[in-house]
Design a protein around this ligand. Sequence first.
Ligand SMILES: [Mg+2]
Length: 172
Amino acid sequence: MLKYLQPNLYVPSVNKIDLDKLKLYGIKALIFDLDNTLLPWRERKYSLLLEETIKRFTDCGFAVCIVSNARDSRVEKMFASMGIPAIIKAGKPRKKAFRKALHILRTRPDETAVIGDQLFTDVLGGNRMGLFTILVLPISRREFLGTRLARRVEKPILKHFIKKGVISRPRY
Ligand SMILES: [Mg+2]
């Protein structure tokens, strides 16, 4: 079980992901979580900064898809305006939405990375699917109550992985 919660990489933010390294690992496509990974929780407004963040990945040749547990259809519209597919109501860590994303991206699980801020949705779901998993620090401290509770469980698990040396503490 614990193995399924272990991310392959732990970085401070999406901007700190080494794209050359990902290419070296054979990664061709990226599945992004939305809330507290790309935008602060519940932020739904288009921003140039967000578009530029995503452009850094697409310019490097990565196919990109958003997979979010959010239930807000504004998410799909916002990303459609950037030409990025978005799946909402994903029900992560369930596999269904990840499968759908792989179909859209046209990549195999071992060629695809998932990037998110939560162990029990993004990392667990990604590992169950056999994806490369990247954990980022949450953008904002504001979160859904359930998420705040999950953080209390995440903390000792991450500490354990860091102590074991399988991931390192994220540094800016
Ligand atoms: Mg999130």
